[in-house]
Design a protein around this ligand. Structure first.
Ligand SMILES: [Fe+2]
Ligand SMILES: [Fe+2]
Length: 253
């Protein structure tokens, strides 16, 4: 599949493209450390979100504890200045047990476990690139994007879960769109890496959407996809004072 084949469904799902002003700032030399650090954070956040969804909705208590252990070395590194996680942490010990009575449980677990593995691998890859370029990992707070999307999540179940999954789809799709949009403006090595990420991430937004529809059952999710999509585009286009991987149009004031 060519890059444009991979991108086509992503671009038709999103309601706007990344503004040129964001690309100009993101590809500037002085912004590279912030771009990579925030990208690194996004990969961990993606793994954490997927894990939170499984733990909250789909597994029993012992599996939930097992899952926490899996992420611990990564969280220790990012939040507690622990050692850099090695590849020995990339596995999950035992089989997870689905919570009784959760119809979509095994599908959610299967998709999310695969996604977590991939995101943790990406996290490691971004860290490697930072090391090669002597860019130290430093704490960098989250931007407004994910919080802004979550404001639209309804407060009652199962609608809350449906909406969270739709938010997940938008975050994944936007990441892919930005990887592709950045490629012409960044150096070849980073460009190749972003194309490889696009390949690996292109499926994620569809996985999230599919799960959202499964949770909603017979009720169409089209209107929710539309409402959350509008908010997403607004967060991307509106002026933003902070620069992050998912920030809005840079505001130079
Ligand atoms: Fe990723
Ligand atoms: Fe992803």
């Amino acid at each position: 599949m060519t890059t444009s084949d991979l991108l086509a469904p992503i671009l038709s799902f999103l309601k706007c493209e990344t503004p040129q002003a964001w690309l100009d700032v993101a590809s500037s030399k002085q912004m590279l450390p912030d771009l990579l650090i925030d990208h690194c954070n996004c990969e961990l956040k993606a793994a954490q979100t997927a894990m939170w969804l499984i733990r909250k909705y789909a597994v029993d208590t012992s599996s939930s504890a097992e899952l926490l252990q899996w992420l611990k070395p990564y969280e220790d590194f990012v939040y507690r200045q622990g050692a850099m996680p090695g590849s020995e942490h990339s596995g999950l010990g035992k089989k997870l047990q689905v919570k009784e009575g959760v119809e979509f449980g095994s599908d959610l677990i299967q998709k999310m476990v695969l996604l977590i593995k991939e995101e943790l691998h990406h996290f490691q890859q971004v860290l490697d690139i930072m090391n090669q370029r002597h860019i130290p990992y430093q704490p960098l707070g989250a931007g407004r994007y994910a919080k802004g999307l979550m404001k639209k999540v309804r407060t009652y179940e199962p609608q809350a879960l449906t909406d969270k999954l739709i938010c997940g789809a938008y975050i994944e799709a936007r990441s892919c769109e930005r990887f592709a949009a950045l490629v012409p403006y960044i150096d070849d090595d980073l460009g190749k890496f972003y194309v490889s990420l696009l390949r690996s991430e292109a499926r994620h937004f569809e996985d999230y959407l599919h799960l959202a529809q499964q949770v909603a059952g017979d009720v169409s999710i089209a209107d929710r996809v539309d409402i959350i999509g509008e908010v997403e585009a607004e967060l991307i286009l509106a002026p933003d004072t902070e620069f992050r991987f998912h920030s809005g149009t840079p505001n130079n004031t």
